[in-house]
Design a binder for this molecule. Structure first.
Ligand code: GDP
Ligand code: MG
Length: 370
């Protein structure tokens, strides 16, 4: 082919798309990531970047800080985990639904989707993207406060007819604090009063310079209602994921984080677990929070029973000893004895925290003395 999109070229060069856009801008060309450039321009860019192509070194790879770090050679590409944030009524739920409707149902037997707190979509390229189905900054900051930083990419939804609002700003601040890259989805562009450019300008006040304005934050115009340019948004996510080089070791005992949990009358304690590394299998013995369990069954976001779940895959897990909390870590262990040991240890730590954290009330002191 004699043309290539800026995004694809950036990928092949292992460069940030935004840097290419900047360079093109300096050459007097206003293009976005998804736009194609001709071969001559592409070659010019390659020579310009030729001297300093940055190969991601081992130390750049974001690996779990737990003591047992996976060796570089064991790591393979994994899907990104995406959280959608933004002001109320700007279209977070609509966007999640639209993305899910577009990409999940097609080709699935039955096509019945189930709410498990997270879902995966498959892109035409075959790549997968995991969406946390709990929009809102509360869930995000609550998980983070508990030490569970599961989100790789934040999609900030801003309604083009409304612009930046207080919760948009909060979401920006949470995202910055977490150090998570952001993609801006300028939504509701179908509305006559939509002013996408105003949104981009308002973002400047919060040091967010979108690509359209020569910065490195991808911005995508969408309409969740009319399902316009959802592909563009998914492409932007895929591109950001490429840049992050997300990898995990699928061949080890699984570790994951609880996204949602509840007590089901018929099935007992249920938890949606996002596997972070390793592969979770039916029959695995695990500790989650301060309780132990054994995977009795796993159900995916289509309501299908699955036998195993690899990195970045969300599954509903049956077989828990108790209802865990969102943000709890699930760790697979060798045997039941070990599970009890770890669970007991965690319970002791929790109890100790509880007694030291909560100062004794006067009533307590008197009660103790009596
Ligand atoms: P959330 O509070 O951010 O989850 O927002 P919702 O998804 O519930 O959407 C709020 C309202 O905006 C609903 O009435 C949606 O139908 C409407 N809405 C969402 N996306 C669009 C869009 O792209 N265009 C238009 N015109 N309306 C939208
Ligand atoms: Mg909503």
């Amino acid at each position: 082919p004699d043309s290539i999109t800026v995004g694809e070229l950036a990928n092949r060069m292992s460069e940030k798309a935004a840097d290419l856009v900047k360079s093109l801008f300096k050459m007097g060309m206003m293009v976005t990531v998804n736009q194609a450039i001709d071969q001559d321009t592409a070659e010019l860019l390659v020579t310009e970047f030729g001297h300093n192509i940055k190969r991601v070194s081992e130390s750049d790879i974001d690996i779990d800080t737990a003591a047992d770090v996976d060796a570089d050679a064991t790591l393979t590409a994994r899907p990104p985990v995406v959280t959608i944030m933004g002001h109320v009524d700007h279209g977070k739920t609509s966007l999640l639904d639209a993305i899910r409707g577009e990409n999940v149902v097609s080709g699935e037997a039955g096509g019945i989707t189930q709410h498990i707190g997270a879902y995966q979509v498959k892109l035409p390229s075959g790549d997968r993207v995991t969406f946390l189905d709990t929009p809102g900054h509360e869930a995000f900051s609550e998980m983070r406060a508990r030490g569970a930083n599961v989100t790789d990419i934040v999609v900030l939804v801003v309604a083009a007819d409304d612009g930046l609002r207080p919760q948009t700003v909060e979401a920006i601040n949470h995202t910055k604090a977490a150090g998570v890259p952001m993609i801006v989805a300028i939504n509701k562009i179908d509305k006559p009063e939509a002013r996408a450019q105003r949104v981009r300008e308002e973002l400047l006040q919060h040091e967010i310079v979108v690509e359209e304005l020569g910065g490195d934050v991808q911005d995508v115009e969408v309409s969740a209602l009319q399902k316009t340019n959802l592909d563009g948004l998914l492409e932007a996510i895929a591109l950001q994921a490429e840049i992050l080089e997300l990898r995990a070791n699928p061949d080890r005992a699984a570790e994951g984080t609880v996204i949602e949990a509840k007590l089901d009358k018929g099935r007992g304690p249920l938890a949606t677990v996002l596997v972070e590394r390793g592969t979770l299998r039916v029959g695995d013995i695990f500790v989650v929070g301060a309780a132990s369990g054994r995977v009795r069954a796993m159900i995916d976001d289509h309501g299908r029973q699955v036998k195993e779940a690899g990195p970045a895959m969300p599954v509903e897990v049956l077989g828990l000893g108790a209802v865990p909390s969102a943000g709890d870590k699930l760790t697979v262990v060798e045997n039941e004895a070990r599970a009890r040991e770890v669970a007991e240890y965690r319970q002791t730590v929790l109890d100790r925290k509880r007694t030291t954290a909560a100062p004794m009330s006067l009533e307590h002191m008197f009660a103790n003395k009596a």
